[in-house]
Design a binder for this molecule. Structure first.
Ligand SMILES: Cc1ncc(COP(=O)(O)O)c(C=O)c1O
Length: 492
């Protein structure tokens, strides 16, 4: 149930992000407020979470120390961060453990691929959905004898969520040979949400597991290890995500996994903090999780900052956040679909295929890179372009469209042309930012030559404005910033 407090917090948090109200100069010379529409790549830092974490720094210590007061505080806070992740995902600490590792989801995905391939050697194959980011694809291929990709419903620009029928057929075709299915809870390209609990049930019926990449859903829509309907067959086995995609840049990635799966696996990273005893000739590893999987001094500050950001999101309520995204998404679709030449990728029926507030699109006759530059240079809208580390998915959506324009395109030309512009929204945005994007695209669509004639390809095959050099390098200097800070401290 949504509460008034959640809605009030949601309203207040909008202006509580570092860079949220940042200003940059346009090519016209005018300075305006930038709207950050690139949360799918990395979210902005949430100020209350960061500021609470910096207060913890007064008590910072290495978590491998344990008797002095700061060490006790640090150890307890580091453990609090692990438990916050478990709480956020509704995971029982007796059944699941949380491991912090790397600087994003990639490290956790590589580790889970190693763990599961090691602990289930009789299952040589893995299924991977077509929608995956390369990070939730290549590691699974690396650690298994064979990997097969599962397509999505529909075809071309109209692709929907993972095709359950194809998945079922693949499980049957490789009877008892599949270790797990790796699938994203929401696409980093289209924002389309997959039915992870039904997928988990199908996997379990086929004696396979599910590895869920939650990187693109955690900050946007509720996800828990157990299905909301309580069916134990639908529980998720392993979930990975990046802390920098939940408003905590600089935090680690997290892997939440059933303890029973970890117990059969040997740690691969060795060092301090994960051993019981070490002699010159032998050693024994700890049987405690997460310690056994977190060799060396961990990213203590980053983990606590991540726990703080999750705590804020829990206070707002993930249902309130999802509702906010839905509102932005509906407006976005309504505004963009009427603009001549706009293609929004993925099946556009939001009732059939729910999405987070992330969309990828193209405008006819304007290269995706040029469109992203125009949005930055003329409208102060920060978006991303190209293929978002999801080449197979992007290629599949764009191929028929490219062939429709030019049936003679060969593979090399298709590779060079494929790409989209992605706009992704979060807690730092509201419908004003959505309206700004719609107005910008409508203005560009109505005045294409005016904008495109201002750009040319440089010698690196990148587009650049013909006459105005970007002043991005004037905004931040580490030396000047430090000098100013040191000077202020000196005067105190
Ligand atoms: C769905 C998805 N999975 C995995 C990753 C990889 O995350 P990281 O680069 O933080 O390791 C990303 C990054 O964009 C992503 O969007």
């Amino acid at each position: 149930m949504t509460t008034a407090t959640g809605h009030t917090l949601l309203k207040n948090i909008k202006n509580s992000f570092f860079g949220g109200q940042g200003e940059y100069k346009l090519v016209t010379g005018e300075v305006t407020e930038r709207a950050y529409l690139d949360s799918a790549a990395s979210c902005l830092m949430m100020k209350p979470a960061f500021e609470a974490s910096t207060q913890f720094l007064e008590h910072y210590s290495n978590t491998h120390s344990d008797t002095h007061n700061s060490a006790r505080i640090s150890n307890s806070m580091y453990s609090w961060a692990h438990h916050k992740v478990l709480d956020f995902l509704g995971a029982d600490a007796k059944e699941y453990t949380c491991i912090f590792l790397g600087s994003g989801a990639t490290a956790g995905i590589n580790r889970v691929a190693q763990i599961l391939s090691q602990s289930r050697p009789d299952k040589p194959g893995v299924l991977i959905s077509l929608m995956e980011h390369h990070s939730n694809d290549l590691p699974h291929r690396q650690y298994h004898e064979f990997a097969e990709h599962i397509g999505c419903e529909g075809e071309g620009v109209e692709l929907g969520s993972v095709c359950m029928e194809d998945l079922d057929k693949a499980f049957k075709r490789h009877e008892n040979k599949i270790d797990y299915l790796a699938v994203t809870a929401a696409s980093n390209v289209t924002g389309i949400i997959n039915p992870v609990y039904d997928i988990a049930k199908m996997a379990h019926e086929n004696d396979a597991l599910v590895v869920i990449d939650a990187s693109q859903i955690l900050a946007h829509s509720p996800i828990t290890v157990n299905s909301p309907d309580g069916d134990p067959a639908k529980s998720l086995d392993a979930i990975v995500f990046s802390g920098h995609k939940v408003y905590a840049p600089g935090s680690p990635g997290a892997l939440v996994i059933r303890r029973s799966l970890l117990e059969k696996s040997e740690p691969v990273e060795l060092g301090g903090g994960m051993v019981k005893t070490v002699f010159k000739t032998e050693y024994s590893v700890s049987d405690q999780f997460p310690d056994r999987e977190e060799a060396g001094t961990p990213n203590i500050f980053g983990s606590i900052n991540l726990g703080m950001a999750l705590d804020v999101m829990m206070r707002i309520g993930m249902d309130v956040i999802a509702e906010h995204e839905k509102e932005m998404l509906s407006l976005l679709f309504a505004g963009l679909k009427d603009i001549d030449g706009v293609t929004i990728y993925g099946n556009n029926c939001l009732k059939a295929y729910a999405r987070t507030a992330t969309i990828s699109f193209n405008l006819a006759d304007v290269d995706h890179e040029m469109l992203a530059l125009i949005l930055n240079d003329h409208f102060n809208l920060a978006v991303r372009n190209e293929c978002f580390c999801a080449h197979p998915y992007v290629r599949e959506m764009i191929l028929l469209q490219l062939w429709e324009i030019d049936p003679d395109l060969d593979e090399v030309e298709i590779e060079a042309k494929k790409g989209m512009v992605r706009a992704s929204f979060g807690l730092n945005n509201d419908i004003k930012d959505v309206r700004r994007l719609i107005d910008a695209i409508a203005t560009i669509a109505a005045n294409k030559p005016f904008y495109t004639d201002q750009y040319e390809m440089d010698d690196q095959s990148n587009y650049a404005h013909k006459s105005v050099k970007s002043d991005w390098h004037t905004y931040f200097s580490p030396e000047d910033t430090l000098a100013a800070l040191l000077n202020t401290q000196h005067q105190r």
